[in-house]
Design a protein around this ligand. Structure first.
Ligand code: NDP
Length: 252
């Protein structure tokens, strides 16, 4: 039920952090994994790591804010493996400033990377998935899909929007057997949050105090949910929004 042999998965930002954690899960379940990101050295290292797990893997350069780069992705994947079954919209950034200090260009950069890209990529993979008789799209939201934060107006807007986009795509494409779901990671130890810990005083203590599990998550904590949402096990699950947060979102 959970095996992904022969399936082709694209993970944006799959060269590090949560994306690589999910890529490892998909690879272990048998998928061929496309690591789609900007930093070629990091992507090369990620591909080597996935190959060491016994998977087939491919790095495709991708800037999710560049429409031409998005347009080139699907042909690059289908040229190599002839299909595309799973898309994980994981690439994301944050610019931590209160709204009165955030420049319009910074707002647009965050929205373009975290939200508009997910729409453009879903739109780009839809024809292939429809032709194949189905597919899986997994959008990576955040605790800021639910909560507000003074230091993250653009990030929160993008991640909240991603949940609503998930529900619209799920409704539109359910009859094409394409399931679209969102995962909301809690606080996971990655480059992104290491920077946040430097920029937001008291964040480390807050996370440890407020997370019922009493620890930061690690990227591999996201592997199981990725395999579930990419596999036949979730064929009747669509438009769902699943926190993977050690309980952060359920405790006052
Ligand atoms: P990282 O900074 O470790 O990874 C972000 C990834 O996104 C990188 O691999 C980067 O690759 C890629 N990326 C950024 N911009 C672009 C772009 N324009 N085009 C293509 N790829 C891009 O962060 P995380 O692993 O922590 O974050 C991954 C996702 O999880 C993000 O969407 C984030 O918002 C979300 N998230 C993270 C949480 C956490 O606690 N860590 C909590 C909740 C959500 P490259 O630089 O090579 O392009």
């Amino acid at each position: 039920m959970f095996e992904l042999d022969g399936r082709v998965a694209v993970v944006t930002g799959g060269n590090g952090g949560i994306g690589l954690g999910m890529a490892r899960g998909l690879a272990r379940a048998g998928a061929r994994v496309v690591v789609a990101a900007r930093n070629e050295a990091k992507s090369k290292a990620a591909v080597a790591e996935l190959e060491r797990l016994g998977a087939e893997a491919l790095a495709v350069p991708l800037d999710v804010t560049d429409e031409a780069s998005i347009a080139a992705l699907v042909p690059a994947v289908t040229a190599r493996w002839g299909r595309l079954d799973i898309l994980v919209n994981n690439a994301g950034i944050n610019i931590r400033k209160p709204a009165h200090e955030l420049e319009p260009a910074e707002w647009r950069r965050v929205l373009d990377t975290n939200l508009t890209a997910a729409f453009l990529l879903a739109r780009a993979v839809y024809p292939v998935m429809k032709r194949q008789g189905g597919g899986k799209i997994i959008n990576i939201g955040s605790m800021l899909s639910i909560f507000g934060a003074a230091f993250a107006p653009a990030y929160g807007a993008s991640k909240g929007g991603l949940v609503q986009l998930t529900k619209s795509l799920a409704s539109a494409w359910a009859r094409d057997n394409i399931q679209v779901n969102a995962v909301l990671p809690g606080w996971i130890d990655t480059d992104l949050t290491r920077q946040a810990r430097r920029e937001v005083p008291g964040l480390d203590e807050l996370v440890l105090r407020r997370t019922p599990a009493g620890r930061w998550g690690v990227p591999d904590d996201l592997a199981g949910v990725a395999v579930f949402l990419a596999s036949r096990a979730s064929d009747f699950v669509t438009g769902a929004v699943i926190p993977v947060d050690g309980g952060f979102s359920i405790q006052l």
